[in-house]
Design a protein around this ligand. Structure first.
Ligand SMILES: *Cc1c(COP(=O)(O)O)cnc(C)c1O
Length: 359
């Protein structure tokens, strides 16, 4: 190792899901929305004033923070916008987790948390989920430097009821509690109303799942004006112009169309419930996901075998080798009705061929 290598920040990066690009594939591996963004987004894109691209964008992203504030009926000074919620979360870790005490998050959870913690040298403790993959609020009542968890959790899809979320926030009033609500729109109850009672709560959401804009990179946090100010201070110490002009405009269009948002998320919920019924018929085991994916195992076929068989048919799902507790599961994003039917038909045939399902 060269001497200069000693001074290099060494990190083990997050591994994102595969992004294959084949026209015929069925892509159920990264929890994207199968429907296009709101029609207003396409319309606005066709009328972009390219001359304006000479100019820096608004560093405060006022149009978009305003539209989000209107949608969620909060003050504009309560909204922080970032380039995907990954950006918002990374900034939040940097801003709020500066204690010598460990931050707490579940052992099975979004696998970016430990990556950010390692990179930013934040000590952390993973709190085991119970045997049903549930978060136990009581386990978060110990000394810590902050708390973060997704609700619904990823990759399990399990929703923590709002009273339990509140129990965690109430027990941790001396630190910041971040609730990562990437999937909250698919049937969960948001912690946003708790902001009236708790100034240590930060709710993070994204346009990547329920608003069909993973490719655009928009995420946001809602919290007390004081927390948002601290977040902005850190952002402006890093890069003032994180979000580009086009994204700001299109993001406003996406958030303004409430009817389209409701319609597409309801469609996904219906398709998810249909898929659950079918998977149950085929002998799969899974919890009651309230997200846009199902985390399932088959007691008779190893997950890796199914993963490979599906991939050969250009059907992509996600499989995690680690931790071992979940190595037997597949995470299946909810696609369109037609995609889910093709997925189920394939499994039906596969399991019949290995005589696991009998007609
Ligand atoms: C998808 C996801 C995010 C990040 O999404 P962005 O595309 O960066 O907004 C954050 N947290 C969880 C739990 C997710 O699943």
């Amino acid at each position: 190792m060269a001497k200069w290598e000693e001074n290099i920040r060494k990190v083990i990066p997050y591994t994102p899901g595969e992004q294959p690009d084949k026209s015929s594939m069925i892509k159920l591996n990264t929890n994207e929305n199968p429907y296009p963004p709101a029609p207003g987004v396409t319309e606005a894109l066709q009328h972009i004033d390219t001359d304006k691209l000479r100019l820096y964008p608004d560093p405060a992203v006022s149009d978009l923070t305003g539209a989000i504030a209107d949608f969620y009926k909060v003050g504009k000074d309560q909204v922080f916008v970032g380039v995907g919620s990954d950006d918002v979360l990374a900034m939040s870790f940097m801003t709020f987790f500066n204690s010598d005490k460990p931050i707490l998050f579940p052992d099975i959870t979004y696998s970016f948390y430990d990556v950010w913690a390692d990179m930013l040298r934040i000590p952390y403790e993973r709190i085991p989920l119970d045997e049903k993959f549930q978060i136990c609020a009581a386990d978060y009542k110990r000394e810590n430097g902050g708390v973060v968890f997704p609700n619904p959790n990823a990759p399990t899809g399990e929703l923590l009821p709002l009273d339990m979320v509140e129990e965690i926030i109430a027990a941790n009033k001396d630190v910041i509690v971040i609730v990562d609500e990437a999937y909250i729109d698919f049937g969960g109850e948001s912690a946003l109303p708790l902001l009236e009672k708790y100034d240590n709560l930060l709710v993070v959401q994204t346009f990547s799942k329920s608003r069909s804009m993973a490719g655009m990179r928009i995420g946001f946090a809602i919290g007390s004006p004081v927390l948002i100010k601290y977040l902005n201070d850190v952002k402006y110490s890093f890069n003032s112009y994180t979000m580009d002009r086009i994204t700001i405009q299109l993001g406003v269009k996406a958030v303004e169309d409430r009817a389209y948002f409701e319609e597409t998320k309801e469609k996904i919920i219906r398709t998810r419930e249909w898929t659950k019924t079918e998977l149950r018929r085929l002998g799969f085991e899974f919890g009651d996901s309230k997200s846009n994916f199902i985390f399932a195992r088959h007691p008779k076929v190893p997950a890796m075998e199914l993963f490979e068989a599906l991939k050969k048919k250009d059907i992509y799902v996600r499989h995690f080798n680690k931790p071992e507790r979940i190595a037997d599961y597949l995470r299946i994003s909810i696609g369109t009705d037609a995609e889910m039917k093709a997925f189920v038909d394939f499994l039906d045939q596969y399991l019949t061929d290995c005589k696991i399902v009998t007609a």
